[in-house]
Design a protein around this ligand. Sequence first.
Ligand SMILES: [Zn+2]
Ligand SMILES: [Zn+2]
Ligand SMILES: [Zn+2]
Length: 291
Amino acid sequence: MNVTLLGTSSAEGWPALFCRCQACVLAQKLGGKNIRTRSSAIIDGVLKIDFPPDIHAQCIKNDLDLGALEAVLFTHGHDDHCAGAEIQYRGKYFVEDQHAQELPLYGSQDVLDKILTAFHTDPDGSYDHSLYPVTLNTLHVWEQAIVAGYKVTPIAANHDHSRECYNFLIEDRAGTVLLYATDTGWYSEDTWRRLSHYHVDAAVIECSKGFEDGGYEGHLGIRQVVAFRQKLIDVGVMSPDAPCVTTHMSHLSGVMHDELDAWFKPYGIAAGYDGMAFRVTINSAVSVLSV
Ligand SMILES: [Zn+2]
Ligand SMILES: [Zn+2]
Ligand SMILES: [Zn+2]
């Protein structure tokens, strides 16, 4: 399984829109891995995770062919993950050749409802499939779905209790499993118990907060990421040498990429960055494909 992190920032980006804080000014000055676009990933070039407002820039930067996509998974409906209006550019007025297949989109019911609000729909909620060549498919927590040939199991994220927010277990045909855990605080005891029945070969874990503990409980801080990885190991889900990478970093942490990566290193964690690509195999350590 080849995983590419296309975007690794929290909702406002880094440098953040409208922000003049030291971390944003420094990121602009240093550039490189300190520049982060909104969180998004792609598996094997065919399975997209989230569709953020930066998708266009991410396609250009990563030489991405969205025409090759076989499905899109949505973690949740927050604007930094679900830019529904961008979907219309797959429609007949915007592409030279119509796609033979409708692109299946997968998410919770509230995500699909949100995407529909960006479409011109009939009063009964139906839409012109030549304008929007997609299908909408509802996911349910802990109910495995086959998505573009991958076994996908949504996990209840601890993030925004006014909507359904998912993390994902994604298993490819070889049996390799990725845990994609963006936008979550510490899991509930029920989630840890259910998760303990699974095995994962790599984890992408959000890291929205800095070294300060406390604050909003729907995100993880730097020390919590270490504890989260350790918990995955302790409950038997993941081996200590499994690749573990962060995403969804915020300027509000004030921690620049190199500092974060160096701090995490002794704990077997790599700070993610935009464009980071790595291969995951069953029970194997990470191999970074590109920097
Ligand atoms: Zn987010
Ligand atoms: Zn800032
Ligand atoms: Zn969110």
